[in-house]
Design a protein around this ligand. Structure first.
Ligand code: 13P
Ligand code: SF4
Length: 332
């Protein structure tokens, strides 16, 4: 049966008060889904805050790797997702492709002992586990610089997967050399060797979009996410993760115009006026948008009926090593 959003919200509230469930929603979720979240935030905040929460079920509204991170960090929790939607970037690398990337480094004379792998949190548990087993760790867009600074102290080459843009942007910011497997000529010379993955949503922003806004409003501030191409980040005034963008933009003078290069749902609820989406094409993350209020209700109903749906499972070995990779990050 189809209900209105108001009816669904009421039904969701009734089920939440009866069940031991915490509803968690990422910043990129549709507004109506975001509003029913008990915990909201970026991917790292969601994984850490749910760890300290004692409900039996976590109902995770986001993309697959985020739900998996909760399960990896809190294996005793039951994690269900209204839609097991896959992040396009995370889908660009699996365990076998990670192994191939390591072999490419070996082929240019970099031995495994000299590789320190770092995976962006936007990756499957299988990849995080491979990284953990090789002595590496996870990073997010908010802590990538700290993680890379620490990793470089080991004097090794960094293999950065899967986001080539984040890897290159951090290298540029830190004055380091970067290369991309399959795209750069001499990866052996790079400090940070990136896998050729990217986010299709953040590729939508162009230097022409920035020029358009700067011409129209000469005092405008351009703020973008580091998943954007390095040329976009170079031409911007502020580069930050989802949480950093929110904090920065909310702290601006209300009259200050800002054009933001990240996912539409988040930009749209940031600030009532003087905030623009930095693209003529609506930058919606299709898989984040898949989750509807009806799905949240159906998932709660399934728990209530004793037959949970879309439950996240991670095998023991993957869980162990992926957790180690995540905890190495958290320890920093
Ligand atoms: P956060 O880690 O900042 O939540 O971002 C995740 C993401 O998918 C950005 O596109
Ligand atoms: Fe993945 Fe990009 Fe969507 Fe973020 S916006 S979840 S990186 S596809």
């Amino acid at each position: 049966m189809q209900y209105t959003n108001e009816e669904l919200k009421q039904k969701i509230d009734e089920l939440k008060s009866k069940l031991s469930v915490t509803v968690v929603a990422h910043f990129y979720q549709r507004d109506e889904v975001f509003e029913v979240g008990d915990i909201t935030g970026d991917s790292l905040e969601l994984a850490t805050k749910t760890r300290d929460d004692d409900a039996e079920f976590v109902l995770f509204c986001g993309v697959g790797f985020m739900g998996q991170s909760v399960k990896v960090l809190s294996p005793n929790k039951r994690v269900v997702m209204p839609k097991i939607a896959s992040c396009a970037m995370a889908s660009m690398i699996n365990g076998a492709e990670y192994d191939e990337a390591v072999k490419v480094l070996n082929s240019v004379g970099i031995t495994n002992e000299n590789i320190l792998p770092i995976t962006y949190i936007n990756s499957d548990a299988e990849v995080k586990a491979r990284v953990g087993e090789m002595g590496g760790m996870v990073c997010t867009s908010s802590n990538a610089k700290t993680i890379i600074t620490t990793a470089l102290k080991e004097g090794k080459k960094i293999l950065f997967v899967p986001d080539r843009c984040l890897g290159q942007n951090i290298a540029n910011e830190m004055g380091l050399k970067s290369g991309v497997i399959g795209l750069s000529d001499n990866i052996a010379e790079a400090d940070i060797i990136c896998y050729d993955g990217f986010c299709s949503v953040h590729q939508l922003f162009s230097v022409e979009d920035i020029e358009f806004f700067r011409k129209k409003y000469p005092d405008i501030i351009i703020a973008v996410h580091p998943e954007c191409d390095p040329a976009i980040c170079d031409a911007s005034d502020f580069v930050g993760s989802t949480s950093q963008l929110i904090k920065y933009i909310k702290g601006l003078d209300p009259e200050q115009k800002v054009a933001v290069g990240t996912e539409f749902n988040m930009v749209n609820r940031l600030r009532p006026k003087n905030t623009y989406v930095l693209s003529s094409t609506k930058p919606e993350c299709p898989t984040m948008n898949e989750t509807t209020l009806q799905d949240v209700y159906e998932t709660l109903k399934a728990i209530d009926e004793g037959e949970p749906i879309n439950e996240i499972q991670v095998d023991e070995k993957t869980q162990k090593w992926a957790k180690i990779a995540l905890e190495r990050m958290m320890a920093l």
